[in-house]
Design a protein around this ligand. Structure first.
Ligand code: THU
Length: 134
């Protein structure tokens, strides 16, 4: 999928967020930025902990920032790493993103200029959704 209008702006915000990552254990810094239905942007970075299992990924940090600001209509997410390959959001983050929009646009990027636009439908074809509970 080709990059659309606004994708590059979202990548820029995610790259800035990445600089705030707390990743002293893995040194793998990730930034994420989410664009909402009312065109607001919420960002996040991964936050690691000396008790390793308590680490929270960048994508979930950004989702939680959006929801805590009152935004639950999430249209797109950009994810940025500094690597020679594109990022791949973990399964837990895919599921958390699907809660708010299973068809969300996903823009994968590196600080070096690699880009790929895809969708959450592509990354997580059969998510567990709120309607599964009814
Ligand atoms: N990480 C993310 O922030 N997002 C992902 O989708 C994959 C992994 C973080 C968690 C941890 O701080 C580091 O990357 C290495 O796993």
């Amino acid at each position: 999928m080709t990059l659309g209008p606004g994708d590059e702006d979202l990548v820029k915000v995610a790259a800035l967020a990445r600089q705030r990552a707390h990743a002293p254990y893995s040194s793998y810094k990730v930034g994420a930025a989410i664009r909402t239905g009312r065109n607001k942007v919420h960002a996040g970075a991964n936050v690691e902990n000396a008790s390793y299992g308590l680490t929270v990924c960048a994508e979930r940090t950004a989702v939680f920032a959006a929801v805590n600001a009152g935004d639950t209509k999430l249209d797109a997410i950009a994810i940025v790493i500094d690597d020679d390959r594109l990022p791949s959001p973990c399964g837990a983050c895919r599921q958390v993103l699907a809660e708010f929009n299973p068809g969300m646009r996903v823009v994968l990027a590196t600080t070096g200029g690699l880009r790929k636009a895809t969708t959450l439908t592509e990354l997580l074809p059969d998510p567990f959704l709120p309607e599964n509970l009814s």
